[in-house]
Design a protein around this ligand. Sequence first.
Ligand SMILES: [Zn+2]
Length: 99
Amino acid sequence: MREQSRAREARESREFGDSRELRDGREDGRRGRRRGCAFCGDDAPSIDYKDPHGLGYFVTDRGKIVPRRISGNCAKHQREVGVAIKRARSIALLPFTSN
Ligand SMILES: [Zn+2]
């Protein structure tokens, strides 16, 4: 009885771990190389609301701000990107939405 439930727990936790690793694209060895924040580091570009091409990478084709779990930015820089995108929208450098 106890052995059985413990074995089931182990199997479930293993499956959970597998699916997480698969979603990360790391364990299969093909899509590895998890990029960190684009604006952290020494040779990082500055976040400029007057530069729609630089910000364009962080906007979906529908005009939405790409979430942090996708963009890979750290909290600080994702926040700055969000503010910059909103500023750029207000002066019509970026769209609020696509049609
Ligand atoms: Zn950062």
